[in-house]
Ligand binder design. Sequence first.
Ligand code: FES
Ligand code: FES
Length: 217
Amino acid sequence: MPKANFPAAFPVTRRNVLAAGAVSATAASVGGASVARAQAGPATPPPETLAVAMTINGERRSMEIDTRTTLLDALREHLHLTGTKKGCDHGQCGACTVMVGGRRINSCMTLAVMHEDDSIITIEGLGTPEQPHPLQAAFVKHDGFQCGYCTPGQICSAVAMLAEIKAGVPSHVTDDLLVTPRASETELRERMSGNICRCAAYPNIIAAIAQVAGASA
Ligand code: FES
Ligand code: FES
């Protein structure tokens, strides 16, 4: 076999072979980085923001927020109203329930910028430790919670739910659509089924709501 003819200035030693390998690897990675930069295109633009104002618990509040912010995150992160809880962040647990224009909604499922000029009530707007809302007092009396994480959502939901019954709104279990539904246990359980309690305090929650429903019937 003929011998390779290396120039005298580049003798084939182990040191020279390793040095040549390192140089070519560096050149490849520098070249790769510039290709990646070229393929990535321009830098990501900053998020769109919008000014939004709404009335929360009777107080006018204004924010400049990322248009992708949910109402839940706006309440908790921007306005520091942390009574409203984040459970699933997917519309499945009811922990984030607030009232918008008197109707209960999952605040994790709606964007804050959709609520310009809306009137929103959170758990902080229902009562105070000195003057609790009747439902808050009933939850304490009937031990309607254990860890308490679901409780703000349960109470906001129950307040709006009792108003729905009073207004004659039927539910999936209402037998007679021609009369105002009664706040029976079956009705209460069905209407509160969107509010999950991981501690399973359901019997006590229903007892608390039934007490207030009875008092306001
Ligand atoms: S956090 Fe909104 S429904 Fe669970
Ligand atoms: S009291 Fe713990 S989740 Fe309901």
